[in-house]
Design a protein around this ligand. Structure first.
Ligand SMILES: NC(=O)c1ccc[n+]([C@@H]2O[C@H](COP(=O)([O-])OP(=O)(O)OC[C@H]3O[C@@H](n4cnc5c(N)ncnc54)[C@H](OP(=O)(O)O)[C@@H]3O)[C@@H](O)[C@H]2O)c1
Length: 270
């Protein structure tokens, strides 16, 4: 039996086992994906499991996405630029790391009806924001970023060598130029009252898209307000599904429709 893991801390509420186990079933492979709670100090030991012949790969989630880098034999350019690894593979006895979050984010954005236009405004400056900045700068968009801690946003652009603009506060942002607003901060996570906006919902460019990486709840306050104002909205569940789909394809060489993974989690979404 093939095995794959998620190493995270905490790991108990992850949707990844549902998605990957459905994918194993769909391709008819005898395999199992398991989420394992790994304390930060135990990551090195956990990675030894990837040497076992039946193990085909692993995902990493908080707080291991950056901490894993020193343990790797090779890191793909996308993960290097983002500075975070969410997918591990073994190739010729070597441990390789990549990042499928950026592609997952961009694919779900396009699927959600986004037409590239105007400036892309990213809220947040953590690992998820780095994935968004990678994808959107690759797509040629102008990047603006605002974070609760502005110095972290400055550092993000500098370390990723992106010529964007950092706003210390949201009051300063010329929102009318924004064609894409992305929440990649944790604001709103498990808190339907909370919004990443510290200003009243602003007027964006006509036809703008608002994307929220937070998918618990599925329709966050930000997305509900964006809908009320007539903007296109995209939930973060597509990113979760696509990053999983892309990781699974790297491990097995087989493409699984996103719908297979989505169907495996849809009853948990609220
Ligand atoms: N849909 C998906 O597949 C997907 C994938 C990855 C992440 N996510 C979601 O994206 C979010 C960020 O993840 P991450 O990995 O980037 O986490 P992270 O590295 O811990 O970064 C968290 C970011 O959120 C900001 N933040 C936290 N609480 C806030 C609040 N109450 N108000 C304003 N800003 C706040 C932080 O600001 P400071 O710098 O000031 O602390 C930081 O910029 C999480 O909600 C996560 O669930 C979703």
């Amino acid at each position: 039996m093939k095995r794959a893991f998620l190493f995270a801390h905490p790991a108990a509420h992850s949707l990844s086992p549902r998605m990957h186990n459905a994918a194993f079933q769909w391709i008819g492979m005898d395999g199992v994906y398991q989420a394992v709670d790994i304390e930060p100090s135990c990551l090195g030991k956990a990675l030894l499991r990837l040497k076992e012949p039946e193990v085909i790969g692993a995902n990493l989630s908080l707080p291991h996405k950056e901490a894993v880098i020193p343990f790797l034999d090779e890191i793909e350019p996308v993960a290097k630029r983002i500075g975070a690894v969410n997918t591990l593979m073994r190739r010729d006895g070597k441990l390789m790391g990549t990042n499928t979050d950026a592609d997952g984010f961009y694919q779900s954005l396009l699927e959600g009806g986004y037409q590239p236009q105007g400036v892309a405004l990213i809220l947040g400056a953590g690992g998820a924001a780095r994935a968004a900045v990678h994808a959107l700068s690759q797509a040629g968009l102008t990047i603006w970023i605002q974070n609760r801690t502005p110095s972290r946003a400055e550092h993000l652009l500098e370390s990723m060598q992106v010529e964007g603009r950092v706003f210390a506060t949201q009051e300063e942002i010329p929102f009318k130029e924004v064609g894409l607003l992305v929440n990649s901060s944790s604001a709103g996570l498990s808190n339907p009252q909370e919004s990443p906006l510290t200003v009243p919902f602003p007027e964006l460019q006509a036809g703008a898209t608002v994307y929220d990486m937070v998918y618990k709840p599925l329709y966050t306050r930000l997305l509900l307000e964006a809908q009320e104002h007539g903007y296109n909205t995209v939930t973060g569940i597509g990113m979760l599904v696509h990053q999983a789909r892309l990781a699974f394809e790297r491990w097995t060489g087989q493409a699984v429709p996103a719908s297979v993974m989505f169907d495996a989690v849809k009853d948990t979404l609220q």
